[in-house]
Design a protein around this ligand. Structure first.
Ligand code: BEZ
Ligand code: FE
Length: 281
């Protein structure tokens, strides 16, 4: 019997249909890949050692496997396959490794950061609405997170207060929300682990273009996981995790010593879910 078929047969008794298909697909493509690449013994040793080093970098505050999926385009492809629909004005984006559970609820108009956080402010206002009926959605939760202007999320930086630049806001009866965030700046993904090694080998700059993350959720609606980038930013094309696109551009306007942005979030009817937060509370 052909070798691949022998391996497939060994996993044919998995009861759950979906799991059986997932494992069979993995075996088929993995063995086809090995047949194509024909790794040497030393290359195979490098591969399992690389995975061991990824595991060593992984813990409650960091997941090197998720970061690898991000820089290889896997995470954004999964997001697109599950959620992209032609015609919707706002795109879906990967969650990334920096979503933290239980961000504090902040009041209408409040800032997501401490007063002494360096950098320009942006007031973001807009509306959460039903994409099909255009009706406003009251009580939607907007969970937002962003990096500081030193390029670090609060969990990476002992000089930032707990949950700095993170917050949950609620839409009002007319679907509107109002919050103050930091004008986003570009930052590099962590490169001190095996993923950094890969990026250097590929001569890929590790940068994420300036963005703010949003998860917008309401009962009876498909949860929108997205990011807002800065319209006109030349670095969006080179996003190290292949996320930035024309359906996620915010028209940030200068407004005295700060900025303002009007940005609406359309939701489609569906099942309300919450992504697993890579960083615990
Ligand atoms: C982020 O935007 O937070 C992010 C996404 C993917 C990899 C690293 C960081
Ligand atoms: Fe980010």
């Amino acid at each position: 019997m052909e070798f691949t078929q022998r391996v497939l047969n060994a996993y044919a008794q998995i009861d759950d249909r979906r799991l059986r298909a997932i494992v069979a697909g993995l075996i088929k493509h993995l063995l086809a890949y090995v047949n194509e690449i024909r790794p040497t013994d030393q290359e195979f040793e490098f591969a399992w050692d690389y995975m061991g080093r990824m595991a060593a970098k992984t813990g409650p505050e960091r997941n090197e496997f998720l970061l690898l999926a991000d820089v290889l385009g896997v995470s954004q492809l999964v997001e697109s396959l599950n959620h992209d629909e032609p015609g919707t004005p706002v795109g879906f984006a990967l969650v990334g490794p920096f979503l933290r559970a239980n961000a504090p609820f902040r009041g209408r108009g409040a800032a997501d950061m401490s007063d002494d956080t360096p950098g320009a402010r942006v007031r973001i206002t807009g509306k959460v609405y039903d994409f099909h009926t255009k009706a406003p959605i009251e009580g939607a939760i907007l969970d937002t997170w962003q990096a500081a202007s030193n390029g670090l999320y609060e969990n990476q930086d002992e000089n930032q207060p707990d949950y700095n630049l993170r917050g949950r806001y609620k839409s009002d009866r007319d679907g509107t929300f109002d919050l103050v965030a930091l004008m986003p700046t570009a930052y590099p993904v962590p490169t001190d682990g095996p993923v950094g090694e890969l990026l250097r080998a590929a001569k890929r700059p590790p940068n994420r273009p300036a963005h703010i993350h949003f998860i917008v959720a309401a009962p009876g609606y498909e949860t929108l996981v997205t990011q807002v980038f800065v319209k006109g930013d030349k670095d969006i094309e080179a996003d190290v995790v292949f996320t930035g696109d024309e359906k996620m551009l915010g028209d940030f306007k200068r407004d005295g010593d700060r900025f303002s942005l009007i940005y609406d979030f359309p939701l489609r009817r569906g099942v309300s879910t919450m992504p697993k937060a890579p960083i615990p509370a």
